[in-house]
Ligand binder design. Structure first.
Ligand SMILES: Nc1nc2c(ncn2[C@@H]2O[C@@H]3COP(=O)(O)O[C@H]4[C@@H](O)[C@H](n5cnc6c(=O)[nH]c(N)nc65)O[C@@H]4COP(=O)(O)O[C@H]3[C@H]2O)c(=O)[nH]1
Length: 712
């Protein structure tokens, strides 16, 4: 079917409309259909149904609220670029929550050029087909939705074998996104098989995995993948990689058209860029101008080969920024990019000539230090780098604190080949994270056994759901005035057949990235409500039971509906159920989340914000959300009463909660001194080892009529 190259422009300024018409029609040769109001836009969508490949939408229109036209256009499956005057934070959040392709501020220099480049890209996408290979239907659907937002045509395959058949039937496919973990043929095998077909040597293949990023990335690249992304990722990262790779292949294709072979075309393309190497998107990250993952793998290979000849050592350091996603979620991607640029410049400033600093993933950096004979010096250097990252810096007028977990491994002592060395450095990095983050850890052989265990956990986690290997423990919450139990928090444990009880921090992130969290979360909710009713059946007083709900559950299923259904089935009164949500959820897709929270409030269920203080909540959002309590994060409670900063923060959160008419709950209370400080500051409830450890349901019964805390 021929694609009509029409662009819908919803714009009430005659000046901008005429500038855009000139640019879109004269320079790009597309037809522009203008609508000066929401009413006009609706008419145009009806009259020209199916003919728009993109829409440019101004948010300030005489007859609509911000966002309404975006919704009208998106409902017709047309990719939207928001093109508007000044943006404030609320508008940015609103736009991002609607999955628009991008937003552009009209008066910025170069904004028209940028819009034209995007329209050109969207028109090309309209004829480009992408293959998504994943054996999880939810993941496939998510990729498809994202790609269709950018105008790509998408075909899906449920596994390796099906993918090969689809490729044979669709020669037009230019790009494949392939998950690593699939039953039968894994993603790397599939990539190898695809590359064996001559006609597919120029296809872009992007490998995806939820776990074990750097080792797998090396494996994927060796199998012939063009790039690799770690799940979870932000859509911007995915599209940045897709476009960089498609652009690179376009350059190669234009060279091969004039008779140059693929290998020499690659060299040619590199030479072409050599004047300004750092802007070559195939090898350099476009945000920080550092070498990207592809060039990093290449340089590490060269450093190791050289060291093998000269009997030298090479140190590899992997940096993972702690909780970086929160900065992106809360402050926006521009602030996130600012942080990355600053970190890149700090890391670059401390290396010697011949060392490599690379950005190898969304929040991952790497350093290659050749001739690293003195391991103590490497460790000292890495610790200095960790403390440099920790120094606060200003982004958009705010002071931000970023920390990194760093793992190091040395060639050839810790690993004799690329894959092994990366895997060891990564294992050490995870150990630094597990140990409390903001630290450097050098690889030690004993770590490997644990990391191999965790890798194999992934497939077992899928099976654990069917085999009912989960159980819940309950931790009491105590009222500060009466000292009595007021409620319990349900905490999940995975009872692994050989490894024993596994803590949630070791598998919940994995469950989230594997798309299993909704199934697990629904089980937790049902089991907690059932348990609450069982206690009641034994004649115990009613207790409010709290359940953690991960942000992914809000995205993947209708939480309010599941809650209503569970309450109806179990018979638990709504006011005896509380959902604990994360602070970062409040900052994502604000309107959608607020509406689910309102539905929950209408049912009568309570909602509290967990780990409060670790994100960057905006007060305006907080006051708009129907909430019941703020739970002060354990990291602050640990440091009270002695550390002044923590004491101040805790006091402020308690006051904030009270001024928003919410309860303040402190978690992780371990000492009497902490409890006394919290009481003095007016905290309403406490939870922590001081009053009760998480325990099995039968044990909890003994606490129910005891005074658990006595402050005065
Ligand atoms: N050091 C110290 N620790 C204390 C103290 N009091 C409580 N804790 C621990 O702090 C965590 C409190 O839960 P959370 O902040 O909601 O943090 C939870 C929650 O975010 C998540 N989680 C647990 N169960 C579920 C679940 O069913 N669904 C989801 N989505 N997440 C869950 O995993 C996190 C960790 O859970 P746990 O390992 O059970 O760890 C629990 C608890 O055992 C104390 O005085 N000192």
């Amino acid at each position: 079917m021929a694609i009509m190259m029409n662009v819908l422009v919803v714009e009430d300024s005659k000046f901008f409309a005429s500038v855009l018409r000139k640019a879109i029609e004269d320079r790009l040769g597309f037809r522009m259909v203008l609508a000066a109001s929401r009413a006009d836009a609706r008419l145009a969508l009806k009259e020209h149904k199916g003919s728009f490949f993109a829409a440019l939408v101004d948010l300030h229109l005489p007859d609509s609220n911000e966002g309404e036209v975006v919704d009208d256009v998106s409902a017709n499956n047309i990719p939207v670029i928001v093109f508007t005057g000044d943006f404030n934070d609320d508008m940015r959040e609103m736009v991002l929550s609607r999955n628009v392709v991008d937003y552009v501020t009209k008066n910025n220099p170069g904004s028209i050029e940028y819009v034209l480049a995007m329209l050109r890209r969207l028109s090309t996408n309209a004829s480009a087909t992408v293959l998504v290979v994943d054996d999880s239907k939810t993941s496939r659907m998510q990729f498809t939705r994202l790609l269709q937002n950018h105008n790509f045509k998408v075909v899906e395959a449920n596994g390796g074998e099906e993918a090969l058949k689809v490729l044979a039937a669709h020669p037009e496919i230019r790009l494949a996104i392939i998950d690593y973990h699939m039953d039968g043929m894994d993603g790397c095998r599939l990539t190898e098989d695809i590359r064996k077909t001559r006609s597919r040597d120029k296809m872009v293949i992007i490998g995806i995995s939820a776990y074990g990023s750097n080792v797998l990335s090396a494996r994927f690249m060796k199998s012939g993948a063009s790039d690799f992304i770690n799940k979870p990722f932000i859509p911007e990262e995915l599209f940045c990689r897709i476009y960089q790779n498609l652009d690179f292949i376009d350059q190669i294709e234009s060279l091969t058209r004039v008779g140059i072979s693929l290998a020499s075309a690659r060299q040619e393309a590199e030479r072409d860029w050599s004047g300004d190497l750092a802007s070559n998107p195939a090898y350099y990250d476009q945000v920080t101008a550092l070498p990207n993952r592809r060039l990093f793998i290449d340089r590490l290979g060269v450093a190791m080969a050289t060291a093998r000849r000269t009997s030298d050592k090479v140190a590899l350091l992997l940096f993972d920024l702690d909780l970086f996603k929160r900065i992106n979620d809360s402050l926006g991607h521009a602030a996130g990019d600012g942080v990355l640029v600053e970190i890149a410049s700090r890391l670059t400033s401390c290396v010697r000539e011949g060392d490599t600093v690379a950005r190898i993933g969304g929040d991952e950096f790497a350093m290659i230090l050749p001739q690293a004979t003195d391991i103590d010096a490497v460790a000292k250097f890495a610790e200095r780098a960790v403390s440099m990252i920790r120094t606060p810096f200003e982004v958009d007028g705010r002071d931000l604190f970023v920390t990194a977990s760093v793992g190091g491994a040395v060639f050839p002592d810790d690993g004799g080949d690329l894959e092994a060395l990366i895997q060891r450095a990564e294992t050490a990095m995870y150990r630094a994270k597990d140990g409390g983050r903001d630290a450097f850890q050098l690889y030690a052989p004993a770590m490997n056994a644990r990391s191999m265990e965790l890798l194999s956990l992934e497939s077992e986690l899928r099976r654990a759901v069917d085999r009912s290997e989960f159980r819940l423990v309950y931790q009491g919450k105590v009222d500060m005035e009466s000292g009595q139990l007021t409620g319990v928090e349900a905490l999940i444990r995975w009872q692994h057949p050989t490894l024993g009880a596994i803590a949630p921090n070791d598998f919940i992130p994995m469950a989230e990235s594997l798309g299993l969290i909704s199934t697990i979360g629904t089980w937790v909710l049902r089991e907690a409500c059932r348990q609450a009713m069982e206690w009641r059946g034994k004649g115990l007083p009613p207790l409010c039971v709290s359940v953690n709900v991960s942000p992914r559950q809000f995205r993947d299923c209708d939480v309010a509906e599941i809650v209503a259904e569970t309450l109806a089935t179990s018979g638990l009164e709504p006011h005896n159920l509380e959902l604990e949500i994360t602070e970062s959820l409040l900052m994502q897709r604000v309107d959608e989340v607020a509406s689910v929270l309102r539905d929950l409030r209408a049912i009568g269920v309570k909602v509290s914000v967990d780990d409060f203080g670790t994100g960057y909540s905006s007060l305006s959002y907080l006051s708009r959300m129907p909430l019941d309590a703020l739970k002060i994060d354990r990291t602050f409670v640990t440091d009270i009463p002695d550390a002044e900063d923590a004491a101040e923060i805790v006091g402020t959160i308690i006051n904030l909660a009270h001024s928003l008419k919410l309860k303040a709950v402190a978690e992780g209370v371990e000492t009497v001194a902490q409890a006394m400080f919290l009481h003095q500051k007016g905290c309403d409830q406490v939870q922590g080892f001081l009053v009760a450890r998480p325990m099995a349901p039968a044990e909890l019964i003994s606490l129910m009529d005891r005074r658990l805390l006595s402050i005065i």
